[in-house]
Design a protein around this ligand. Sequence first.
Ligand code: FES
Length: 169
Amino acid sequence: MAVKKERRNFLGLALGGFTTLGGIAALGAAKRTWDPLPSVMAAGFSVIDLSVTKPNVLYVAKWRGKPIFILKKTPDMEKNPREVIVGDSRYLICIGICTHLGCIPSYFPKQHKFICACHGGQYDSNGEVTKLPPPLPLYIPPFKIDGQKVIIGESSPEFQKLKAAGLTA
Ligand code: FES
């Protein structure tokens, strides 16, 4: 009789242990399902080294599948509240997508302007519209300056200031 009772206790413990392990494994699997994929996490930010940029040469990076335009301004380019100042340099940092119907404008360095081939819209070196039909300037993405690097996708007081002033969406 005692042997039967011990056997029952052992089976009960073993079943309880398996149930607990199964529950932990199920919770782990559920968490892995809920967590964003590593590729999605990595796509959230783009870090761009500004030290490699040259005046009046358009640098195009990528953020969440969108082109990001970085234009280091030359001293003769007019000052503008939309520009981002890093050290002694001034930059246009914007999403390189036309605000009309979403084409990608090209930069013409001699004229210091962007021209959208789709419907002829134009923007100056500040990303401001100089020729319709684009209804709005080129958008400035959330950004944060960290030394000579700009982190696209991370907000900062500089970006919030531009946003509060209505200089980007
Ligand atoms: S999409 Fe750029 S002008 Fe129409």
